[in-house]
Design a protein around this ligand. Sequence first.
Ligand code: FES
Length: 173
Amino acid sequence: MNMNPEERETVCKCGQETEEQKYERLDQVIEIYKSKPGSLIQILHMAQGIFGHIPSELQEYIAGKLNMPVAKVHGVVSFYTHFSMVPKGEHTIQVCMGTACFVRGGKEILETLTDELGIGVGETTPDGKFTLEVTRCIGACGLAPAVTIDNVVYQMMDSNKIKQVLKNGEFGA
Ligand code: FES
């Protein structure tokens, strides 16, 4: 299932992605989430997945898009940093939000997972079993979309496959 590092290098184009392309992807995410409850937190998690971090200019951009004070966005970013040691679920599911995965169905997989688990990005199920996260490119673009569960990479996923993985409990190392 895993690819060797050389194969990954030849297929992964995320390193060539421009800032503009990343912002375009973020705009799509903002469109999807902006009217949902808790949208700011969801969007920040997605931004983290796309950019790898959330610098102040990105915070300003998101604040502008959501029509809210930058201080509020900054407050949430700081809050999450502060509470980063909050225990995660027994299993951590990460959906890749890199370019290849995003356009080949990563977005739909994430929606399926939020429905199936009943939680949003960055949240943990009430039974403490799963934490749902997004991640930047993990170097498996050739077989996108990719999802990791407890650091095991599942490639060429789709909504049905991820449902099956959850149902069968086929996760983890
Ligand atoms: S975009 Fe590269 S592995 Fe998902």
